[in-house]
Design a protein around this ligand. Structure first.
Ligand SMILES: *[C@@H]1O[C@H](CO)[C@@H](O)[C@H](O)[C@H]1NC(C)=O
Length: 127
């Protein structure tokens, strides 16, 4: 037992060092913009044009990817295959989207997705 413990410990230490490195590198440049609108008071009607707003107050100095897309999230599921908008400049802080034909409900959120993403508050879509 003593032998096994002594030989496993340095391996674990090595693995955690290696695993820690890329997380740190990525963390430096990732901008995860918080979605301001829509919020819990928003009601979007199917087929209308709406404005998504996110907070660009504190972007990192260097952003690896300023090209963002806006994704509808239903019950916590991202519809990455049908983004509401693509080619958005993440530093702009606002974009127009057309509300897709989805079932009415209060289980929707918007995600602004660049390197990483952040969902906004739940909001409602009506027909
Ligand atoms: C945007 O972010 C900044 C700092 O991160 C914060 O002080 C400010 O209140 C935010 N604005 C909104 C509208 O959420």
């Amino acid at each position: 037992m003593k032998f096994i413990f002594a030989s496993i410990f340095p391996i674990l230490a090595f693995v955690s060092l290696v695993a820690g490195a890329p997380v740190h590198l990525v963390g430096r440049d990732v901008f995860v913009p918080p979605v301001i609108l829509p919020n819990h008071k928003s009601v979007w009607k199917v087929g209308t044009t709406q404005t998504v707003t996110w907070n660009v107050t504190n972007p990192p100095k260097q952003i690896t990817n300023t090209n963002a897309m806006i994704v509808l999230v239903t019950d916590g599921r991202l519809d990455i295959e049908h983004p509401l908008a693509t080619g958005i400049n993440v530093l702009k802080g606002t974009a127009q989207v057309v509300v897709p034909k989805v079932a009415p409900g209060k289980n929707y959120q918007i995600l602004v997705f660049g390197d990483s993403g952040n969902t906004g508050e739940f909001f409602e879509i009506v027909n």
